[in-house]
Design a protein around this ligand. Sequence first.
Ligand SMILES: NC(=O)c1ccc[n+]([C@@H]2O[C@H](COP(=O)([O-])OP(=O)(O)OC[C@H]3O[C@@H](n4cnc5c(N)ncnc54)[C@H](OP(=O)(O)O)[C@@H]3O)[C@@H](O)[C@H]2O)c1
Length: 323
Amino acid sequence: MNYRRLGGSGLKVSELSFGSWVTYDNQLDANAARECMAAAWDMGVNFFDNAEVYAAGKSETLMGEALGKLGWPRLKYVVSTKFFWGITDGPNEKSTLNRKYLLNAIDGSLARLRLDYVDLAYCHRPDPDTPIEETVWAMHDMIERGKALYWGTSEWSAEQVRAAWHVAERHHLRKPVVEQPEYNLFHRARVEREYAPLYDEIGLGLTTWSPLASGLLTGKYRSGVPSGSRGALPRMKFLVPALTDKAKNDAVARLAEVARELDCSVAQLAIAWCARNPHVSSVITGASRVEQVRENLQAAQVIGKLDGEVMARIDAIVAGLSA
Ligand SMILES: NC(=O)c1ccc[n+]([C@@H]2O[C@H](COP(=O)([O-])OP(=O)(O)OC[C@H]3O[C@@H](n4cnc5c(N)ncnc54)[C@H](OP(=O)(O)O)[C@@H]3O)[C@@H](O)[C@H]2O)c1
Protein backbone atom coordinates (compact mmCIF):
# COMPACT_ATOMS: atom_id res chain seq x y z
CA MET A 1 0.00 0.00 0.00
CA ASN A 2 1.23 3.47 -0.85
CA TYR A 3 0.47 6.53 1.25
CA ARG A 4 -0.35 9.86 -0.36
CA ARG A 5 -0.48 13.40 0.95
CA LEU A 6 -3.96 14.67 1.59
CA GLY A 7 -3.81 17.46 -0.99
CA GLY A 8 -1.45 20.23 0.11
CA SER A 9 -1.54 19.11 3.75
CA GLY A 10 1.17 16.98 5.34
CA LEU A 11 -1.24 14.22 6.37
CA LYS A 12 -0.55 10.86 4.69
CA VAL A 13 -3.44 8.55 3.90
CA SER A 14 -3.42 5.09 2.33
CA GLU A 15 -4.27 5.37 -1.36
CA LEU A 16 -7.10 2.89 -0.70
CA SER A 17 -9.20 3.37 2.42
CA PHE A 18 -12.31 1.86 4.01
CA GLY A 19 -15.71 3.42 4.77
CA SER A 20 -18.89 2.41 6.55
CA TRP A 21 -21.83 3.86 4.55
CA VAL A 22 -24.82 1.47 4.21
CA THR A 23 -22.90 -1.49 5.61
CA TYR A 24 -22.32 -0.71 9.29
CA ASP A 25 -25.34 -1.69 11.36
CA ASN A 26 -27.47 -2.50 8.27
CA GLN A 27 -25.33 -5.39 6.96
CA LEU A 28 -22.41 -5.70 9.39
CA ASP A 29 -22.76 -6.23 13.15
CA ALA A 30 -20.05 -5.24 15.62
CA ASN A 31 -17.92 -8.36 15.06
CA ALA A 32 -18.13 -8.25 11.27
CA ALA A 33 -17.43 -4.50 11.23
CA ARG A 34 -14.33 -5.07 13.35
CA GLU A 35 -13.18 -7.98 11.14
CA CYS A 36 -13.48 -5.81 8.02
CA MET A 37 -11.42 -3.05 9.63
CA ALA A 38 -8.82 -5.57 10.78
CA ALA A 39 -8.58 -7.04 7.27
CA ALA A 40 -8.18 -3.54 5.79
CA TRP A 41 -5.53 -2.66 8.37
CA ASP A 42 -3.62 -5.88 7.65
CA MET A 43 -3.48 -4.81 4.00
CA GLY A 44 -2.07 -1.38 4.84
CA VAL A 45 -5.18 0.80 5.16
CA ASN A 46 -4.67 3.64 7.66
CA PHE A 47 -7.78 5.72 6.85
CA PHE A 48 -11.33 4.87 7.96
CA ASP A 49 -14.26 7.01 6.83
CA ASN A 50 -17.52 7.56 8.69
CA ALA A 51 -20.31 10.13 9.09
CA GLU A 52 -22.63 11.21 11.88
CA VAL A 53 -25.66 10.38 9.73
CA TYR A 54 -24.60 6.81 8.78
CA ALA A 55 -27.12 4.48 10.48
CA ALA A 56 -28.12 7.54 12.55
CA GLY A 57 -24.95 7.48 14.66
CA LYS A 58 -24.73 3.69 15.01
CA SER A 59 -22.01 3.47 12.37
CA GLU A 60 -19.80 5.69 14.53
CA THR A 61 -20.69 3.61 17.60
CA LEU A 62 -19.65 0.38 15.82
CA MET A 63 -16.41 1.92 14.58
CA GLY A 64 -15.67 3.23 18.09
CA GLU A 65 -16.24 -0.24 19.57
CA ALA A 66 -14.00 -1.78 16.92
CA LEU A 67 -11.21 0.75 17.47
CA GLY A 68 -11.44 0.12 21.21
CA LYS A 69 -11.03 -3.63 20.74
CA LEU A 70 -8.40 -3.43 18.00
CA GLY A 71 -6.24 -1.20 20.20
CA TRP A 72 -4.15 0.34 17.41
CA PRO A 73 -1.89 3.25 18.42
CA ARG A 74 -3.82 6.48 17.77
CA LEU A 75 -0.95 7.97 15.76
CA LYS A 76 -1.16 5.14 13.23
CA TYR A 77 -4.71 5.62 11.92
CA VAL A 78 -6.84 8.41 10.48
CA VAL A 79 -10.58 8.62 11.19
CA SER A 80 -13.01 10.98 9.54
CA THR A 81 -16.59 11.91 10.14
CA LYS A 82 -19.01 14.28 8.44
CA PHE A 83 -21.70 16.73 9.45
CA PHE A 84 -24.76 18.24 7.82
CA TRP A 85 -27.90 16.10 7.96
CA GLY A 86 -27.98 15.66 11.74
CA ILE A 87 -29.55 12.81 13.69
CA THR A 88 -32.10 14.62 15.85
CA ASP A 89 -35.02 16.88 14.95
CA GLY A 90 -35.04 20.65 15.26
CA PRO A 91 -34.31 23.82 13.32
CA ASN A 92 -30.64 23.76 14.34
CA GLU A 93 -30.20 20.00 14.15
CA LYS A 94 -31.00 19.04 10.56
CA SER A 95 -29.53 19.97 7.17
CA THR A 96 -27.39 22.78 8.48
CA LEU A 97 -23.77 23.85 8.78
CA ASN A 98 -24.43 26.57 11.32
CA ARG A 99 -22.07 27.17 14.22
CA LYS A 100 -24.47 25.86 16.85
CA TYR A 101 -24.99 22.52 15.11
CA LEU A 102 -21.37 21.91 14.09
CA LEU A 103 -19.83 22.64 17.49
CA ASN A 104 -22.43 20.43 19.17
CA ALA A 105 -22.38 17.59 16.62
CA ILE A 106 -18.63 16.98 16.92
CA ASP A 107 -19.03 16.16 20.63
CA GLY A 108 -21.65 13.49 19.86
CA SER A 109 -19.43 11.94 17.19
CA LEU A 110 -16.38 11.87 19.46
CA ALA A 111 -18.40 10.19 22.21
CA ARG A 112 -19.71 7.52 19.81
CA LEU A 113 -16.28 6.97 18.25
CA ARG A 114 -14.69 6.95 21.72
CA LEU A 115 -12.00 9.29 20.43
CA ASP A 116 -10.50 12.54 21.77
CA TYR A 117 -10.34 13.91 18.23
CA VAL A 118 -11.10 12.97 14.63
CA ASP A 119 -8.36 13.50 12.07
CA LEU A 120 -10.73 14.85 9.46
CA ALA A 121 -14.12 16.54 9.79
CA TYR A 122 -16.14 17.10 6.62
CA CYS A 123 -19.05 19.40 5.86
CA HIS A 124 -21.10 16.63 4.25
CA ARG A 125 -23.05 18.91 1.86
CA PRO A 126 -23.20 22.68 1.28
CA ASP A 127 -25.77 24.65 3.33
CA PRO A 128 -27.34 27.52 1.39
CA ASP A 129 -28.90 28.89 4.61
CA THR A 130 -25.66 29.50 6.50
CA PRO A 131 -23.08 32.10 5.37
CA ILE A 132 -19.86 30.36 4.36
CA GLU A 133 -17.97 32.67 6.80
CA GLU A 134 -19.93 31.19 9.72
CA THR A 135 -19.18 27.61 8.66
CA VAL A 136 -15.48 28.30 8.07
CA TRP A 137 -15.13 29.95 11.50
CA ALA A 138 -16.93 27.01 13.16
CA MET A 139 -14.65 24.44 11.46
CA HIS A 140 -11.62 26.54 12.44
CA ASP A 141 -12.82 26.63 16.05
CA MET A 142 -13.48 22.87 16.01
CA ILE A 143 -9.81 22.41 15.11
CA GLU A 144 -8.56 25.03 17.57
CA ARG A 145 -10.48 23.24 20.33
CA GLY A 146 -8.53 20.08 19.51
CA LYS A 147 -11.57 18.11 18.31
CA ALA A 148 -10.44 17.72 14.68
CA LEU A 149 -7.06 18.06 12.99
CA TYR A 150 -8.10 18.95 9.42
CA TRP A 151 -11.35 19.79 7.70
CA GLY A 152 -12.86 19.48 4.27
CA THR A 153 -16.06 19.43 2.27
CA SER A 154 -18.13 16.83 0.46
CA GLU A 155 -20.00 17.49 -2.78
CA TRP A 156 -19.54 21.25 -2.63
CA SER A 157 -19.28 23.06 -5.95
CA ALA A 158 -15.85 24.32 -7.00
CA GLU A 159 -17.13 27.86 -6.38
CA GLN A 160 -18.19 27.01 -2.82
CA VAL A 161 -14.86 25.31 -2.04
CA ARG A 162 -12.98 28.30 -3.43
CA ALA A 163 -15.11 30.74 -1.43
CA ALA A 164 -14.48 28.83 1.82
CA TRP A 165 -10.76 28.71 1.13
CA HIS A 166 -10.63 32.47 0.51
CA VAL A 167 -12.53 33.25 3.72
CA ALA A 168 -9.98 31.17 5.62
CA GLU A 169 -7.08 32.83 3.80
CA ARG A 170 -8.44 36.32 4.49
CA HIS A 171 -8.92 35.72 8.23
CA HIS A 172 -5.88 33.42 8.76
CA LEU A 173 -8.15 30.51 9.65
CA ARG A 174 -7.71 26.76 9.11
CA LYS A 175 -8.33 26.08 5.44
CA PRO A 176 -10.33 23.21 3.94
CA VAL A 177 -7.74 20.74 2.60
CA VAL A 178 -9.90 18.08 0.96
CA GLU A 179 -13.12 17.43 -0.99
CA GLN A 180 -14.99 14.13 -0.88
CA PRO A 181 -16.82 13.68 -4.19
CA GLU A 182 -18.28 10.64 -5.91
CA TYR A 183 -15.79 9.33 -8.47
CA ASN A 184 -15.96 6.19 -10.55
CA LEU A 185 -15.95 5.12 -14.20
CA PHE A 186 -19.55 6.30 -14.60
CA HIS A 187 -19.24 9.53 -12.62
CA ARG A 188 -16.22 11.63 -13.57
CA ALA A 189 -17.08 15.20 -14.54
CA ARG A 190 -16.80 16.94 -11.18
CA VAL A 191 -13.36 15.46 -10.37
CA GLU A 192 -11.93 15.72 -13.88
CA ARG A 193 -13.41 19.05 -15.00
CA GLU A 194 -15.17 21.14 -12.36
CA TYR A 195 -12.49 20.85 -9.68
CA ALA A 196 -9.55 20.85 -12.12
CA PRO A 197 -8.40 24.46 -11.44
CA LEU A 198 -8.46 23.89 -7.66
CA TYR A 199 -5.73 21.26 -7.53
CA ASP A 200 -3.01 23.82 -8.27
CA GLU A 201 -4.84 26.93 -7.11
CA ILE A 202 -5.48 25.83 -3.51
CA GLY A 203 -3.81 22.38 -3.30
CA LEU A 204 -7.16 20.60 -2.99
CA GLY A 205 -6.94 16.91 -2.09
CA LEU A 206 -9.63 14.31 -2.80
CA THR A 207 -10.93 11.31 -0.91
CA THR A 208 -13.37 9.81 -3.38
CA TRP A 209 -16.49 7.69 -2.79
CA SER A 210 -18.38 4.83 -4.45
CA PRO A 211 -15.52 3.55 -6.63
CA LEU A 212 -17.71 0.61 -7.66
CA ALA A 213 -20.85 2.74 -8.21
CA SER A 214 -22.44 0.86 -5.29
CA GLY A 215 -21.50 -2.54 -6.77
CA LEU A 216 -22.44 -1.99 -10.44
CA LEU A 217 -18.74 -2.10 -11.36
CA THR A 218 -18.32 -5.61 -9.95
CA GLY A 219 -20.59 -7.12 -12.61
CA LYS A 220 -23.00 -8.48 -9.96
CA TYR A 221 -26.02 -6.65 -11.45
CA ARG A 222 -25.66 -7.95 -15.01
CA SER A 223 -28.57 -10.38 -14.61
CA GLY A 224 -30.70 -8.35 -12.20
CA VAL A 225 -30.48 -7.66 -8.48
CA PRO A 226 -28.87 -10.54 -6.54
CA SER A 227 -30.22 -11.29 -3.06
CA GLY A 228 -28.01 -10.06 -0.26
CA SER A 229 -26.70 -7.17 -2.38
CA ARG A 230 -27.05 -3.44 -1.69
CA GLY A 231 -29.64 -3.19 -4.46
CA ALA A 232 -31.82 -5.74 -2.63
CA LEU A 233 -31.98 -3.64 0.58
CA PRO A 234 -35.45 -2.03 0.74
CA ARG A 235 -34.06 1.38 1.77
CA MET A 236 -31.59 1.35 -1.16
CA LYS A 237 -34.25 0.65 -3.81
CA PHE A 238 -33.64 4.08 -5.31
CA LEU A 239 -30.31 2.75 -6.66
CA VAL A 240 -31.86 -0.12 -8.64
CA PRO A 241 -32.50 1.70 -11.97
CA ALA A 242 -28.84 2.81 -12.10
CA LEU A 243 -27.52 -0.57 -10.92
CA THR A 244 -29.44 -2.49 -13.58
CA ASP A 245 -28.91 -0.04 -16.46
CA LYS A 246 -28.35 -2.22 -19.53
CA ALA A 247 -25.81 -0.07 -21.35
CA LYS A 248 -23.70 0.28 -18.21
CA ASN A 249 -23.85 -3.44 -17.45
CA ASP A 250 -22.80 -4.19 -21.04
CA ALA A 251 -19.84 -1.85 -20.54
CA VAL A 252 -18.97 -3.67 -17.31
CA ALA A 253 -18.87 -6.94 -19.29
CA ARG A 254 -16.36 -5.36 -21.68
CA LEU A 255 -14.34 -3.96 -18.76
CA ALA A 256 -14.24 -7.50 -17.37
CA GLU A 257 -12.41 -8.59 -20.54
CA VAL A 258 -9.76 -5.92 -19.93
CA ALA A 259 -9.54 -7.02 -16.29
CA ARG A 260 -9.03 -10.65 -17.33
CA GLU A 261 -6.10 -9.65 -19.51
CA LEU A 262 -4.57 -7.82 -16.55
CA ASP A 263 -5.19 -10.83 -14.31
CA CYS A 264 -7.48 -8.98 -11.93
CA SER A 265 -11.21 -8.70 -11.21
CA VAL A 266 -13.33 -5.96 -12.72
CA ALA A 267 -13.84 -4.54 -9.19
CA GLN A 268 -10.07 -4.28 -8.78
CA LEU A 269 -9.77 -2.64 -12.21
CA ALA A 270 -12.45 -0.07 -11.34
CA ILE A 271 -10.88 0.79 -7.97
CA ALA A 272 -7.36 0.97 -9.44
CA TRP A 273 -8.68 3.28 -12.18
CA CYS A 274 -9.82 5.80 -9.53
CA ALA A 275 -6.48 5.61 -7.71
CA ARG A 276 -4.63 6.12 -11.00
CA ASN A 277 -5.77 9.76 -10.97
CA PRO A 278 -2.91 11.66 -9.25
CA HIS A 279 -5.34 14.21 -7.78
CA VAL A 280 -6.98 11.48 -5.71
CA SER A 281 -5.41 11.19 -2.25
CA SER A 282 -7.45 8.12 -1.27
CA VAL A 283 -10.15 5.97 -2.85
CA ILE A 284 -12.67 5.07 -0.14
CA THR A 285 -13.81 1.50 -0.65
CA GLY A 286 -16.88 -0.15 0.89
CA ALA A 287 -17.64 -3.79 1.59
CA SER A 288 -20.37 -5.92 3.14
CA ARG A 289 -18.03 -8.82 3.92
CA VAL A 290 -14.37 -9.49 4.63
CA GLU A 291 -13.75 -11.28 1.32
CA GLN A 292 -14.76 -8.12 -0.53
CA VAL A 293 -12.32 -6.08 1.57
CA ARG A 294 -9.49 -8.43 0.64
CA GLU A 295 -10.41 -8.51 -3.06
CA ASN A 296 -10.84 -4.75 -3.29
CA LEU A 297 -7.64 -3.76 -1.53
CA GLN A 298 -5.59 -5.94 -3.85
CA ALA A 299 -6.44 -3.25 -6.41
CA ALA A 300 -3.34 -1.50 -5.02
CA GLN A 301 -1.31 -3.99 -7.07
CA VAL A 302 -3.27 -3.17 -10.25
CA ILE A 303 -2.70 0.62 -10.31
CA GLY A 304 0.75 0.24 -11.90
CA LYS A 305 -0.67 -1.95 -14.68
CA LEU A 306 -2.91 0.84 -16.01
CA ASP A 307 -0.68 2.27 -18.71
CA GLY A 308 -1.76 4.75 -21.36
CA GLU A 309 -3.01 2.07 -23.71
CA VAL A 310 -5.18 0.37 -21.08
CA MET A 311 -6.56 3.74 -19.95
CA ALA A 312 -7.50 4.57 -23.55
CA ARG A 313 -9.32 1.24 -23.91
CA ILE A 314 -11.22 1.87 -20.69
CA ASP A 315 -12.14 5.39 -21.83
CA ALA A 316 -13.48 4.01 -25.09
CA ILE A 317 -15.64 1.44 -23.27
CA VAL A 318 -17.31 3.97 -20.95
CA ALA A 319 -17.52 6.77 -23.54
CA GLY A 320 -20.96 8.37 -23.44
CA LEU A 321 -21.93 6.56 -20.21
CA SER A 322 -20.16 8.81 -17.71
CA ALA A 323 -21.74 11.79 -15.98
N1 LIG B 1 -19.36 11.80 1.15
C1 LIG B 1 -20.43 11.16 0.70
O1 LIG B 1 -21.47 11.78 0.43
C2 LIG B 1 -20.36 9.67 0.55
C3 LIG B 1 -21.40 9.00 -0.12
C4 LIG B 1 -21.29 7.62 -0.26
C5 LIG B 1 -20.19 6.95 0.25
N2 LIG B 1 -19.21 7.63 0.92
C6 LIG B 1 -18.03 6.94 1.50
O2 LIG B 1 -17.43 6.10 0.51
C7 LIG B 1 -17.40 4.75 0.99
C8 LIG B 1 -17.50 3.80 -0.18
O3 LIG B 1 -18.74 4.03 -0.87
P1 LIG B 1 -19.58 2.79 -1.38
O4 LIG B 1 -19.82 1.85 -0.25
O5 LIG B 1 -20.75 3.31 -2.11
O6 LIG B 1 -18.49 2.12 -2.36
P2 LIG B 1 -18.68 1.15 -3.61
O7 LIG B 1 -17.36 0.49 -3.78
O8 LIG B 1 -19.23 1.88 -4.78
O9 LIG B 1 -19.77 0.07 -3.17
C9 LIG B 1 -19.50 -0.81 -2.10
C10 LIG B 1 -20.51 -1.95 -2.13
O10 LIG B 1 -20.37 -2.73 -3.32
C11 LIG B 1 -20.44 -4.12 -3.01
N3 LIG B 1 -19.10 -4.68 -3.22
C12 LIG B 1 -17.92 -4.13 -2.83
N4 LIG B 1 -16.89 -4.91 -3.21
C13 LIG B 1 -17.42 -5.95 -3.87
C14 LIG B 1 -16.84 -7.06 -4.51
N5 LIG B 1 -15.52 -7.23 -4.56
N6 LIG B 1 -17.68 -7.96 -5.11
C15 LIG B 1 -19.01 -7.80 -5.06
N7 LIG B 1 -19.62 -6.76 -4.47
C16 LIG B 1 -18.83 -5.82 -3.87
C17 LIG B 1 -20.84 -4.20 -1.54
O11 LIG B 1 -22.26 -4.17 -1.43
P3 LIG B 1 -23.18 -5.50 -1.38
O12 LIG B 1 -22.30 -6.66 -1.03
O13 LIG B 1 -24.19 -5.20 -0.33
O14 LIG B 1 -23.78 -5.59 -2.74
C18 LIG B 1 -20.28 -2.92 -0.99
O15 LIG B 1 -20.90 -2.49 0.20
C19 LIG B 1 -18.56 4.69 1.99
O16 LIG B 1 -18.43 3.64 2.93
C20 LIG B 1 -18.44 6.04 2.66
O17 LIG B 1 -17.40 6.02 3.62
C21 LIG B 1 -19.29 8.98 1.06
